[in-house]
Design a protein around this ligand. Structure first.
Ligand code: NA7
Length: 535
C-alpha cells in the first residue's frame, strides 16, 4: 500500500487515541504539518482494542472527554454516567471526523522504528507498510495500557478451544451462549468482563490469583437535566478538574482518618461508597500515606464484599489481603461480587489450588481437579507504561536504543523528555501523573505544554530541545522519593512493573497529582525550559 501524502512533516505522532488526536488538533492549529500513525484499524487507541463485554471507563463520561472545544462538549451527548467502550469509541471517531483529522492519520500502520539523525536534526520513522517518514519532532502518544500481557501459562498452547485477551478483543461480538468459559485475571478488566459473560454463558470459572479491591460504579443513564446542568457550566467544571490532584473534582476531604472517630469515618465512607466510583479514596487525606489510615478504608470495603457474597468461603476468597486498597488501581464495577451468587459462576482461588497446567480441553489445578472450557478469556493486563515504547526500536543520539537506556527502568524528565532523544516527547509517560488521575486531563496538560514548548523553540530560534541527564536523574529520584512517602509501592502492581516477570521494579507514575505536576512543568517552561538543553 502506498500513501500519497507527504512523507516529510513537522511532527510525527505515534498513536491515535486521546493523546494522539489532541496533539494533531493542537499542533495543526499552530500551522504545523502533522502525521499521526496508529496500528489500529480505527482511531481510539486503548478504546479501540479493549472492546470486551463490559468494558467501561472508571471516570465519569462528562469528565473523561476533551475540553478544548466548547461546541464539541456542548454538542456531544453522553448517555451514561460512566461511558461504555462503544460510546467512547464513537466519541473519538466523532472528534476525528468533526475536526477533519483523518486526512492526517494513517491507520492500520504500525511504527517499527524511529531514529534520530543528528546532522539533519530529524527523526526517521519506519512503518510495517514499508513507509519511511521524516519529521523534526516525534511525539509518542502510545498509551500506558496498550500492550496486552499474555503470561506464560503452562499448557495453554495445547488448549484446543478459543483463547481471547481483553486487551485485543475480536472486532466481531463473541457469543458465549451455551459455552463453558474460563477467565484468568481479576483486575479492572476481569471484574468488568465476568458479570457480562456470566449472563450469557453456561458456566463461568474464574481463576483468581489475587483478589481485588473493587467499589460499585452505581452506573446509570444520565438524565437530560443532569447533562444540561453540566453543560451550563462546562468551562468552570473543566477548570476545577484541572485544579484537582486527581484531574477530576472529587471533593477530597482534607481531614486525616484519625482526626475523627470510627462512627464518623463510617458515615463518611458510607456517603462516598454510595456515590460510587473513586470518590471513596478522597475520604481522608492520609489513606495512601499510612497503613493505619488505609486499613480503615480497606476494612470497610472488605466488609462490603462479605455483605454481597452469599457463600462465606467464596466471600473470604474474594477479599483482598496483603496490600493496601488503592496501591493497585481500585476497580470500579457493576455487580461484580454479586455475580458469585449465580449458580453458573465458580471461583477458583489459585492461592489455594494453583494451576497445574492447561490441557487440550481446559485446566487442571494442583488438587487434581480438571475443568473443561470452550473459551479461555485472559484478563491478564498490560505491559504498562513502557511496553509500547520498548516494542519500537527507538534510537537517539549515537544510535543509542531507548530500550537499552531503560534497561534498569524508565528514566524521563517530567515524563515528557528523555536525555539523548532530542525533539522527542512522551505523552502520559512514566514520571507523569496520568495513570493516577483522569488521564484525559493529564493528556490535555501534556499536549498543551508540548505545543507551547514547540512555539517557544520557534520564537527563540532554537531547533532542538533535549532533557539534560542531570535533570532527568533528579526527576526520577523525585518521583521515587514521593512514591516512597506513600504506600503506593506496597503492592505488586503494574505501576511498579511487578506484573511482568523480569521487568525492572521502579515506581513509574508521579504520585504528586496533576496540580503539583503542572506547576512544576510551568515553572520549568517559565524558566526558559530549565533542565532541558536548547540548541
Ligand atoms: P491488571 O490490573 O494488571 O490485572 C491483571 C490480572 O491478571 C490480575 O488479577 C493478575 O493477577 C492476573 N494475572 C496476570 N498474570 C497471571 C497469571 N500468570 N496467572 C494468574 N493470574 C494472572 O490488568 P487489567 O487489564 O485488569 O487492568 C489494567 C488497567 O486498565 C487498570 O488498572 C485500569 O487502569 C484499566 P495478579 O494480581 O498478578 O496476581
Amino acid at each position: 500500500r502506498t500513501d500519497v501524502r507527504q512523507t516529510e512533516v513537522d511532527v510525527i505522532v505515534v498513536g491515535a487515541g486521546f493523546a494522539g488526536l489532541y496533539s494533531l488538533w493542537k499542533l495543526r492549529n499552530q500551522g504545523r504539518s502533522v502525521r499521526v500513525i496508529d496500528a489500529g484499524a480505527e482511531v481510539g487507541g486503548t478504546w479501540f482494542w479493549n472492546r470486551y463485554p463490559g468494558a467501561r471507563c472508571d471516570v465519569e463520561s462528562v469528565d473523561y472527554s476533551f475540553s478544548f472545544d466548547e461546541q464539541l462538549q456542548q454538542d456531544w451527548v453522553w448517555t451514561e454516567r460512566y461511558p461504555a467502550q462503544p460510546e467512547i469509541l464513537e466519541y473519538l471517531k466523532h472528534v476525528a471526523d468533526r475536526f477533519d483529522m483523518r486526512k492526517d492519520i494513517s491507520l492500520d500502520t504500525r511504527v517499527l522504528a524511529a531514529s534520530y539523525d543528528e546532522n539533519a536534526q530529524q527523526w526517521t520513522v519506519e512503518t510495517d507498510t514499508g513507509e519511511t517518514l521524516r519529521s523534526r519532532f516525534l511525539i509518542m502518544a502510545t498509551g500506558c495500557l496498550s500492550v496486552p500481557q499474555v503470561p506464560s501459562l503452562e499448557g495453554l498452547d495445547d488448549f484446543t478451544g478459543t483463547v481471547l485477551h481483553t486487551g485485543s478483543w475480536p472486532s466481531e461480538p463473541v457469543d458465549f451462549t451455551g459455552q463453558r468459559v474460563g477467565v484468568v485475571g481479576t483486575g479492572s478488566s476481569g471484574i468488568q468482563l465476568i458479570p457480562e459473560v456470566a449472563k450469557q454463558a453456561d458456566q463461568v470459572t474464574v481463576l483468581q490469583r489475587t483478589a481485588s479491591f473493587s467499589v460499585p460504579a452505581f452506573n446509570r443513564p444520565l438524565d437530560p437535566g443532569e447533562l444540561a446542568a453540566v453543560k451550563a457550566e462546562y468551562p468552570e467544571r473543566r477548570k476545577r478538574a484541572r485544579a484537582s490532584a486527581a484531574g477530576v473534582e472529587r471533593g477530597d476531604n482534607p481531614q486525616c482518618a484519625f482526626d475523627v472517630d470510627a462512627a464518623q469515618r463510617q458515615r463518611e465512607f458510607d456517603v462516598r461508597y454510595q456515590t460510587g466510583g473513586f470518590g471513596l479514596l478522597g475520604s481522608y487525606a492520609d489513606l495512601m500515606l499510612t497503613h493505619e489510615a488505609n486499613a480503615t478504608v480497606s476494612d470497610y470495603v472488605r466488609g462490603k464484599i462479605r455483605d454481597y457474597v452469599d457463600d462465606p468461603e467464596t466471600a473470604e476468597d474474594l477479599i483482598p489481603h496483603g496490600y493496601p486498597l488503592g496501591a493497585k488501581r481500585i476497580c470500579v464495577d457493576t455487580n461484580y461480587f454479586q455475580t458469585y451468587n449465580r449458580d453458573n459462576v465458580e471461583l477458583v482461588n489459585l492461592r489455594k489450588t494453583p494451576i497445574d497446567t492447561f490441557t487440550a480441553t481446559g485446566v487442571r489445578t494442583s488438587d487434581g481437579v480438571e475443568r473443561e472450557f470452550d473459551v479461555i478469556c485472559l484478563a491478564t493486563g498490560f505491559d504498562a507504561m513502557t511496553g509500547a515504547l520498548n516494542r519500537i526500536d527507538i534510537r537517539g543520539v549515537d544510535g543509542v536504543a531507548l530500550r537499552d537506556r531503560w534497561d534498569a527502568g524508565p528514566v524521563t524528565y517530567l515524563g515528557l523528555g528523555v536525555s539523548g532523544f532530542p525533539n522527542m516527547f512522551l505523552l502520559a509517560g512514566s514520571g507523569s501523573p496520568s495513570v493516577l488521575a483522569n488521564v484525559v486531563t493529564a493528556i490535555e496538560q501534556h499536549v498543551e505544554w508540548t505545543a507551547d514548548c514547540l512555539a517557544y523553540l520557534d520564537d527563540h530560534g532554537y531547533t532542538t530541545i533535549e532533557a539534560t541527564p542531570e535533570a532527568e536523574t533528579e526527576w526520577v529520584e523525585h518521583v521515587n522519593e514521593l512514591a516512597h512517602q506513600t504506600i503506593f509501592p506496597n503492592a505488586a502492581s503494574w505501576y511498579i512493573g511487578a506484573n511482568i516477570p523480569g521487568k525492572p521494579r521502579i515506581f513509574m507514575p508521579y504520585v504528586g497529582g496533576i496540580v503539583e505536576y503542572e506547576n512544576k512543568c510551568n515553572e520549568v517552561a517559565g524558566d526558559g525550559y530549565n533542565g532541558f538543553a536548547l540548541k
